[in-house]
Design a protein around this ligand. Structure first.
Ligand SMILES: [Zn+2]
Ligand SMILES: [Zn+2]
Length: 323
């Protein structure tokens, strides 16, 4: 299960109700901050999520509405003794601008108190452990070297305790070995196959964050069949020419892609201040049913084929219909 919390959902400039792009993806104790628009530091505070474990930051691209918050956030976190390093990942071109922001402005002439590492990444796997992996993929957006991020849980076969008990498999290392797919020989010389005690494969949850994009056709190979897709919806179809010109999507385009790619749940973000949320939702819903428009501090739990909105961690705010 992944959890995603939206910290900022506005495009280009903040609005009264919406901050600039940022979201936290969580899998058990692992957290990733994806993008860090201006004001993200305060949004984290207000969300009630806390700063713990937020030292791994993935950036989609170098446009200011996705990176300016790094200045304040990194400056604050670098003064905390509990963190010994921060890693900011993005394409080499994205990191050039972040390098300027952090080392020519924030830490100009001083050494940061903790190790602030900028790690250039290319499409492919960028993080993996036994439970899930994160991969980057190319995104086409107005000439920026943009990357999207795909989070995938490992598929697994459940251990069927009933069957193991029936086969009289004693406690000891054997059950663990069977879970790992190894054939074991028990002390009584019986040989047990993993298939004897493992259930059918359960696919892991898959979600992706695309960030800003002017195209969707080239995303299809990575994103087909996702449990949840988070993508921008900056324009409405009535202004499709502007969307094209600035390398963004309309709500209809995002929704049509979700249909084509057999996405289970679509979450739209990066809304322009020129539209009302309900108009974005109406346009999208005409093309794809399972769609929501994210608001700041919305948090979703995403399981296999399921996307459930959670109660906010912090009780200090409530959701308001905007406009
Ligand atoms: Zn943007
Ligand atoms: Zn952009």
């Amino acid at each position: 299960m992944f959890q995603i919390t939206f910290l900022g959902t506005s495009a280009s400039a903040p609005s009264f109700h919406r901050g600039l792009s940022s979201q936290v993806i969580q899998h058990n104790e692992h957290r990733f901050l994806v993008d860090c628009g201006e004001g993200t530091q305060r949004q984290i505070l207000r969300s009630g999520l806390g700063f713990k474990g937020l030292n791994r930051i993935l950036i989609t691209h170098s446009h200011l509405d996705h990176i300016l918050g790094l200045g304040g956030l990194v400056s604050t976190l670098a003064r905390w003794e509990t963190m010994d390093e921060m890693v900011i990942m993005g394409s080499a071109r994205t990191l050039e601008r972040i390098d300027d922001l952090l080392f020519k402005v924030v830490f100009r002439g001083v050494r940061p108190p903790i190790d602030v590492r900028l790690e250039a990444i290319s499409p492919g796997v960028i993080f993996t452990n036994k439970d899930f992996s994160v991969s980057a993929f190319d995104v086409t957006h107005r000439g920026a070297a943009s990357l999207g991020y795909l989070f995938e849980e490992a598929s697994r076969r459940p251990f069927l305790t009933d069957k193991a008990d029936k086969l009289n498999i004693p406690p000891g290392p054997w059950r663990g070995q069977l879970v790992r797919g190894q054939v074991v020989t028990l002390p009584d010389r019986r040989e047990i196959q993993p298939d004897d005690v493992l259930g059918p494969v359960r696919e892991g949850v898959r979600i992706a964050l695309v960030g800003d994009t002017g195209r969707t056709d080239n995303l299809l190979p990575y994103l087909r069949g996702l449990d949840a897709l988070v993508v921008e919806s900056t324009y409405l179809e009535s202004e499709i020419e502007m969307a094209r010109q600035f390398g963004h999507l309309t709500a209809q385009q995002a929704a049509s892609f979700a249909t084509d790619a057999d996405i289970k749940h679509l979450i739209l973000t990066h809304l322009s201040r020129r539209y009302r949320e309900r108009d974005v939702l109406t346009e999208a819903r005409a093309n794809f049913n399972n769609v929501r428009v994210a608001r700041d501090f919305d948090s979703y739990e995403i399981r296999r084929g399921e996307c459930k909105r959670m109660e906010p961690v912090s009780k200090n705010f409530h959701h308001r219909e905007e406009n």
